[in-house]
Design a protein around this ligand. Structure first.
Ligand SMILES: [Zn+2]
Length: 339
């Protein structure tokens, strides 16, 4: 009788655990975005000098009507179990969907912010389909080679050496990746950053090593902006790179210390003098590629010990400096970066 009761109780605990696990993988924490922050205006009747379209994470399509180029070009979104236990490869249907949603079939360049899977994994296939040159670190170049991208479509960037694309002058500035507070995760994700041979997927998610973490400074006659793909910083790296607008990566920021958030803000927003802040890389890596943006899966937020401190941090920065404004990006819609 007792054994039967214990077995029943054990089963109930197991079922409850599995339900909790399934819920935590399929339910999402809130986005660190205040609904009061206005989105950038959609293009329409008005002429725009420079437009932007946002897929999620740091995938951005930038165009001035003459030249279009893309950051990251990441559309595959492997699920949490596949990321943790399996192997991953570019999802050809997701890339078809993503390029169609961005209404783009020709690009001058695709530039991953660094070589982790959520930035660089799909970039060679995006380059292959759009004729773009894949630009990045030697690690990104090896992701391109592993996908069979020809050498004349691969260009290794040099630190602080500008690249001209039409009227855009893009300067890659080597910086630091977001520093995970947990030493074991930090070592796993950021230790041994090189990919020294062509990387042929499917591979484990962590086989997409970091490479170099860039900040991009983009100068255009219409305005200057900076893209920070990962919430990391290098002291004084952005001095001498003024910008009116900053695309600011928020991923993980809520799990760091107040001092870290302060220093990140100083070395990015304050260092460039940007007064218009556009949050990026704040949405779920595993959420769907269509529909509204979702925050991180609750399991990921729990594992990252994200205490939800990003939104209050940003709100307090806005309160301290009335000249600052935060503008958001809708999904896939073409919006005006510079009128
Ligand atoms: Zn990364």
């Amino acid at each position: 009788m007792l054994i039967k009761w214990m077995a029943g109780a054990l089963c109930a605990v197991l079922v409850a655990f599995l339900l909790l696990l399934a819920w935590s993988l399929n339910s999402y924490a809130p986005l660190p975005v205040d609904p009061a922050w206005r989105p950038l205006p959609a293009t329409g009747a008005a002429e725009a000098e420079v437009t932007v379209r946002f897929t999620g994470t740091t995938t951005l399509l930038i165009s001035d009507g003459e030249t279009a180029w893309m950051i990251d070009g990441w559309f595959s979104r492997p699920g949490p179990l596949q990321l943790a236990l399996g192997k991953i490869a570019p999802d050809m249907d997701a890339i078809t969907f993503g390029l169609a949603a961005n209404e783009v079939d020709a690009l001058a360049a695709v530039i991953p912010m660094h070589s982790h899977f959520d930035h660089a994994m799909d970039a060679p296939e995006v380059a292959r389909r759009t004729g773009a040159v894949l630009m990045g670190s030697p690690a990104t170049a090896n992701i391109g080679r592993g996908w069979g991208l020809p050498e004349d479509q691969i260009r290794v960037l040099q630190n602080r050496e500008p690249v001209k694309l039409g009227s855009f002058r893009i300067t890659p500035v080597e910086s630091r990746h977001f520093q995970f507070p947990d030493p074991a995760i930090r070592e796993r994700a950021l230790g041994e950053p090189e990919i020294s041979e062509p990387l042929v997927p499917p591979v484990a998610a962590f086989d997409y090593r970091l490479g170099k973490a860039y900040v991009l400074h983009v100068a255009h006659p219409a305005g200057n902006f900076v893209v920070v793909g990962s919430a990391g910083f290098l002291k004084d790296a952005l001095l001498g790179f003024p910008a009116d607008t900053i695309f600011l990566g928020l991923g993980g920021l809520g799990s760091q210390t107040g001092q870290y958030r302060h220093d990140y803000w100083q070395e990015t927003v304050v260092a460039t003098g940007a007064q218009r802040i556009i949050p990026v890389h704040m949405d779920s890596l595993t959420g769907p590629i269509e529909g509204p943006f979702l925050g991180p899966a609750r399991m990921m937020a729990f594992m990252a010990k994200d205490a939800g401190l990003t939104l209050p941090f940003l709100s307090s920065k806005l309160e301290q400096d009335p000249a600052l404004r935060i503008r958001t990006l809708p999904r896939y819609r073409e919006v005006i970066l510079y009128p």
